[in-house]
Design a protein around this ligand. Structure first.
Ligand code: FAS
Ligand code: PHB
Length: 389
């Protein structure tokens, strides 16, 4: 088998890159280790930066998002059970789109399928070969047979636990990490959202977030110990704890219901440098992880895709190689800005196990300053809606 770009990983990064390459006549093959249904069943991100909205529209997959997504011109923060709003539109004339990653993935799958893309599922033992040569390849097993794809470039879109990052020599790769001493317990319920916009709540008992997927599908999170198990949390216990942490008016009006999904996700900040080595380019979670507080994970994957797609288009269709040569340094600049914001927002909003009353008071003072300072709100708004590509 041969293709121009071999893409390892069929999540949002790999699917979007393949779709964009297709729009400019560049061939790709996607290798995905899970089944299509497994990938489509994942429940992950909820907020799209406008840069992501533009990229999805450019890829020709924005129709359902335009019809079903929610445009949000602001968000609510709260401390001590009292909320206030940050108006993105009034401050910086920008907004975000609330449209679940599950739907984005489904839209990309539909487009790749319609275009007759080569998307191989349930592959095993994916192995990049010859990354430091001009003739790289990727071998893999499928249905008991070992196959090889000859290609020009390899896009490592295989997430944090993938094979791509680990294919960069240890003496080349530098990793930066912070693991947070808490996780997020998330619930999906077929109930109307408690608020028309998101609510990020600081509370001495722990962080909480009220989000949504549509007018009758809500997504809620509470901070939980990393050692916690979903079995420890009945639905009633979850709702009671959520009510204790969010603004009083929301707690009094929330409509609860049975959870249709319940999961605990750990939180970490992680960056791998460089994001390229030889003919291998790392994209999305393969290169970096952010705590979901700032809603940056999926959006950073999309800006990586933008940079790599642009560089490959310049190479194949315009004979220019500058974008490929500088992909890592270009992507990492935006990555580190998002890593910083996500760390800052996480540190301000969560209760740390060893936190003192002074620490809690400082968090509340920072939120009080945010409530009254246009400059502070503008800084948060610029980072939350997404810094320029
Ligand atoms: P993904 O991990 O999505 O995709 C990688 C793909 O590669 C997967 O399909 C995997 O099966 C495949 N793969 C792995 N190894 C392979 C191999 N060796 N061979 C072939 N295929 C391989 N972000 C937010 O912005 N907000 C959120 O609320 C949020 N919640 C999250 C909750 C959880 C539990 C997790 C894990 C992540 C969450 N994220 C969130 C981040 C998430 O949205 C990612 O940023 C996004 O999925 C990144 O997309 P990809 O880079 O495509 O990586
Ligand atoms: C979500 O809706 O899942 C969501 C929204 C915003 C975040 C994190 C998760 O910051």
């Amino acid at each position: 088998m041969r293709t121009q770009v071999c893409i390892i990983g069929g999540g949002p990064s790999g699917l979007l890159l393949s779709q964009l390459l297709h729009t400019v006549g560049i061939s790709s093959i996607i290798l995905e280790r899970q089944s299509r249904d497994h990938v489509l069943g994942r429940i992950r991100a909820g907020v799209l930066e406008w840069g992501t909205v533009d990229m999805l529209r450019k890829a020709g997959v924005g129709t359902r998002m335009n019809a079903e997504g929610f445009e949000h011109t602001g968000t609510f923060l709260s401390a001590k059970n009292r909320g206030f709003r940050i108006d993105f539109n009034a401050l910086i004339g920008k907004k975000v789109m609330v449209y679940g990653q599950t739907e984005v993935t489904a839209d990309l799958y539909a487009a790749r399928t319609d275009a007759g893309a080569t998307l191989l599922h349930n592959v095993e033992n994916v192995t990049p070969i010859g990354l430091d040569t001009d003739t790289p390849s990727v071998s893999f097993d499928q249905d008991g047979t070992t196959k090889t794809i000859q290609c020009d470039y390899i896009a490592g879109c295989d997430g944090f636990h993938g094979v791509s990052r680990k294919s960069i020599p240890a003496n080349v790769l530098r990793e930066f990490e912070r693991v947070y001493p808490f996780g997020w317990l998330g619930v999906l319920s077929e109930t109307p959202p408690v608020s028309h916009e998101l609510i990020y709540a600081n509370h001495e008992r722990g962080f909480a977030l009220c989000s949504m997927r549509n007018a009758n599908l809500s997504r809620y999170y509470i901070q939980a110990p990393v050692t916690d198990k979903i079995e420890h949390w009945s639905d009633d216990a979850f709702w009671d704890e959520l009510r204790r942490r969010i603004p009083t008016d929301a707690a009094d009006s929330i409509i609860t219901g049975p959870s249709i999904e319940k999961s605990i996700a750990p939180l970490r900040s992680f960056v791998a440098e460089p994001m390229q080595w030889g003919r291998l380019y790392l994209v999305g979670d393969a290169a970096h992880i952010v705590p979901p507080t700032g809603a940056k994970g999926l959006n950073l994957a999309v800006s990586d895709v933008h940079y790599l797609f642009t560089a490959l288009d310049q190479h194949y269709n315009h004979g220019e190689n500058g974008g490929l040569a500088t992909y890592s340094q270009t992507a990492l600049k935006r990555v580190w800005n998002a890593i910083r914001f996500s760390w800052w927002f996480t540190t301000m909003m969560h209760s740390y196990p060893d936190q003192s009353p002074f620490d809690q008071a400082i968090q509340e003072a920072e939120l009080s300053h945010l409530e009254t300072s246009q400059a502070a709100q503008t800084n948060l708004a610029e980072n939350y809606v997404g810094l320029p590509y």
